[in-house]
Design a protein around this ligand. Structure first.
Ligand code: 13P
Ligand code: SF4
Length: 302
């Protein structure tokens, strides 16, 4: 039987390719990644990448972001159907309409968005830097629209004591996490700390001892003197946590915390797209140019 792991290693050498993977990817994909990270870290890796081919194991907007930031590289997404439910909750034409009625408002768009939505934005942000970027504009007295994640918007408003327009999108996987499930887990593990991603609703974030991006949650468990954690984000991150801290316990707040698109990627898909150089991400030059400006603004402010 073909050993996909060995074949992938060989192909990477032959073709000068690297594999980038998000923390929500299946375990075996995380384990073959050259770079594992959250949206911000993977975007930064993409900018610096010297390889000829970037195989992006994640969802469509992540691979698109890598292509926009480093357009000369060939960026491959092993499963082209791997989309993000939140990214589809706002479109370029929604933002064009909004701009017409709010010509002086700065549009800050979460990285979980399509390239054409990014192209209509003034600045992009991720879960790592959202509050910092929002404050950069509100401190200057600018009116802003934050899109598409209403939960990250509400969290930033609360954290920064701010008020601004927010789109009504969300990540259904995080948004639907039931507060009672988290409360029950807290009862069952009274010594545990609760860690949450800011895409959860405020009624979950209120229960959290720490809120952060996937990478920030991982860094937190590594540094913490505690040994039991209730995790309120997609289950994939627990693999990275268990690898980094094998002696600690990680309890998923709910079995519903599973992003189907993130689990599409198989080793065979990675092997096939690299062997045949298929599933290439293409972004039109016109969209790419404008989206890049908004992404570079984020990287400058991060
Ligand atoms: P991070 O940037 O925190 O990894 O989040 C990405 C994402 O899709 C969360 O649902
Ligand atoms: Fe999109 Fe939610 Fe999946 Fe993240 S977990 S990729 S926001 S659908």
């Amino acid at each position: 039987m073909i050993s996909y792991i060995e074949e992938i290693k060989q192909l990477k050498k032959e073709k000068n390719a690297i594999i980038l993977a998000h923390f929500y990817q299946p375990k075996e994909i995380q384990d073959i990644a050259d770079y594992l990270g959250d949206s911000l870290k993977l975007a930064q890796v993409a900018v610096e990448a010297k390889a000829d081919i970037l195989v992006f194991c994640g969802v469509h907007f992540m691979a698109e972001t890598a292509k926009i930031l480093n357009p000369k590289k060939k960026v491959l997404l092993p499963v082209l159907e791997a989309g993000c439910l939140m990214a589809d909750m706002i479109t370029e034409s929604d933002l064009k309409k909004y701009r017409l009625s709010h010509p002086n408002t700065k549009i800050i768009t979460y990285v979980n968005s399509t390239a054409s939505t990014k192209a209509e934005s003034d600045c992009i942000c991720t879960s790592t830097n959202a509050l910092k970027i929002i404050k950069h504009y509100t401190d200057k007295g600018e009116a802003i629209l934050y899109c598409p994640d209403q939960n990250l918007a509400k969290y930033a408003m609360k954290q920064g004591n701010l008020s601004f327009d927010a789109w009504k999108g969300c990540c259904p996987i995080h948004h639907d996490l039931d507060r009672n499930e988290v409360l029950n887990k807290k009862k069952e593990y009274p010594e545990a700390l609760v860690l949450a991603h800011p895409e959860c609703q405020l009624n979950i974030l209120e229960l959290a001892d720490y809120v952060g991006s996937t990478k920030q949650l991982l860094d937190y468990v590594i540094k913490s003197p505690k040994d039991t954690f209730i995790i309120c984000t997609e289950e994939g991150v627990i693999h990275a946590m268990e690898k980094a801290c094998p002696e600690k316990n990680f309890i998923l707040a709910s079995t519903s915390l599973l992003c189907p698109s993130m689990k599409y990627t198989t080793l065979k898909d990675v092997y096939t797209c690299l062997a045949k150089e298929t599933n290439e991400i293409i972004v039109s030059e016109e969209v790419s140019k404008r989206a890049k400006l908004a992404l570079e603004e984020m990287l400058k402010l991060s």
